[in-house]
Design a protein around this ligand. Structure first.
Ligand SMILES: [Zn+2]
Length: 477
């Protein structure tokens, strides 16, 4: 009998990994095994440690991976899967492949840096501490990627075919419709990956990718994300508030430090800054985009014009490429990054990682967090257990580079930048389904968020819905 097993993003927002096994009857490998997403666990140690566990089915016996999008919590375990012996195709849309080609090697680089740090400071119980995978191993895993266009049907074996439909979450992001032939009947499974905002620009201003998740779906089994299952996004435009935060920081002679994911979120934020500068609502101070991937991320972004929202298209038409905007500096090399550290005039620094778990943002935070003139501005989700989460929730000091660094800078957060649908948006999308799914499983949420959304879906739509548990198997008769 076929089954789905939730290997990650169950009871937590990271580590997305769902296994479809078409045949568990035989003790030998008989059926076809496919992973939907292959994400890294991030955040709390209890979950991160699971990055070191093998898959319940040996990696070399997994036949294929289908990726919903490039975020590391959906793609970041791929190099490890390949390291463990996986040799099958990894299907993804062309923008997702381009994005993974910068994100995965960067992730490998960060893993190596982490291991090196622990070895130098003897701060790991493992001796020597090893990286989960290296830059080279991540680079090597890219050879298995195979492009699949949106709405093209891809036959994987006699029992499974799949098709991508738009999720409107980030560039290249898609939901996966899986058609599965079982002995009993044909089944349609729908994996949402991460779901983007609805089509309404008024609700999600500054949205870069804005086609809206595909409507009118059907599914025997729906596997749906629930990141924002218990929180509504603020409905007001973030631009006036952002302008005030920047102006007040500049008046104090300080710098605004923005931890942001290098891809998508950073571009979205840059466009908003440019718009505010052009409108004269913020001063034209230097903007530093400090990421080894910064330039490549913008180049990839500019390549896929068909995914833009109208407002992005209009801004690029008016202002050209962000790489050529005066006052905007993109730092790729460590030397360029160090120059930013030497600048003491008011500026805006955008750097990753978005949850301050590693990367160049740590250097900027370590340098500028102790000074009350500065502002740390969060524009993205902060998973519990990350430094970002601790700073956002009022920690007085933060451990970085083996030292306790005091947090005296002003800490602010704007929640409107989210690329995830909130409950009213998710329900609006679910209302477009042509028929009730046989069963819905909620994944990719903290327990409170998932159970709150479960209640809303069951109450408002009367659907059968359950919160998925880690390692739970769902049998498909
Ligand atoms: Zn995502």
């Amino acid at each position: 009998m076929a089954y789905i097993q939730f290997l990650g993003a169950a009871g937590v927002v990271t580590g997305s990994k769902h296994l479809i096994n078409t045949n568990s009857d035989s003790s030998e490998k008989g059926g076809f095994q496919v992973l939907i997403d292959c994400g890294l666990f991030q955040g709390q140690k209890e979950w991160r440690e699971r990055n070191w566990q093998d898959t319940p089915v040996p990696a070399k016996e997994i036949d294929a991976v289908i990726l919903t999008h490039a975020h590391l919590d959906h793609s970041g375990w791929i190099p490890r899967l390949v390291k463990e012996g996986f040799r099958g195709p990894i299907y993804a849309t062309p923008p997702t492949i381009d994005l993974c080609s910068i994100l995965l090697p960067d992730s490998g680089h960060l893993q190596e840096e982490d291991a090196e740090f622990h070895n130098k400071h003897k701060s790991s119980k493992h001796c020597p501490a090893l990286p989960l995978y290296t830059f080279d191993e991540a680079q090597d895993s890219l050879q298995y990627f195979k492009a699949v266009e949106v709405e093209e049907t891809k036959q994987l074996c006699t029992q499974i075919s799949f098709r991508y439909v738009r999720a409107a979450h980030i560039l290249g992001s898609c939901m996966v419709e899986v058609a599965l032939k079982t002995k009993g009947s044909d089944k349609k499974l729908l994996f949402t990956g991460d779901l983007g905002r609805v089509r309404n620009h008024g609700i999600a201003p500054g949205k870069v990718v804005n086609s809206g998740p595909t409507q009118g779906e059907t599914a025997d089994l729906l596997i749906m994300e629930s990141t924002y299952g218990n929180r509504r996004h603020p409905a007001e435009d973030p631009r006036p508030q952002l302008a005030t935060i920047i102006k007040e920081t500049v008046q104090r002679g300080g710098t605004v430090i923005v931890p942001a994911f290098a891809v998508e979120r950073t571009q979205k934020f840059l466009f908003m800054l440019k718009e505010l500068m052009e409108a004269g609502q913020i001063p034209k101070i230097p903007v530093f985009c400090d990421s080894p991937m910064a330039i490549k991320a913008v180049e990839i972004f500019l390549k896929y014009t068909d995914e833009y929202s109208e407002e992005t298209r209009e801004l690029i038409r008016k202002c050209g490429s962000p790489l050529e905007w005066p006052a905007f500096t993109f730092a790729s090399t460590p030397e360029e990054s160090k120059k930013i550290n030497a600048s003491f005039y008011p500026a805006i620094i955008i750097s990753s990682s978005g949850m301050a778990t590693g990367g160049r943002i740590l250097h900027h935070l370590a340098q500028r967090m102790p000074d009350p003139k500065n502002t740390i501005l969060f524009i993205g989700f902060q998973a519990p257990g990350t430094r970002g989460h601790a700073i956002k929730n009022g920690a007085k000091e933060i451990r970085m580079f083996g030292m306790e660094i005091p947090v005296r800078a002003k800490v602010m957060a704007l929640e409107q930048f989210s690329d995830h649908a909130d409950p009213p948006e998710m329900l609006e999308w679910l209302h477009t389904f042509k028929s009730k799914p046989g069963k819905t499983y909620l994944v990719h949420g903290e327990p409170d968020a998932s159970s709150s959304l479960r209640g809303m879906i069951a109450g408002e739509l009367g659907w059968k819905v359950e919160v998925a548990e880690w390692m739970q198997k769902v049998w498909l008769p």
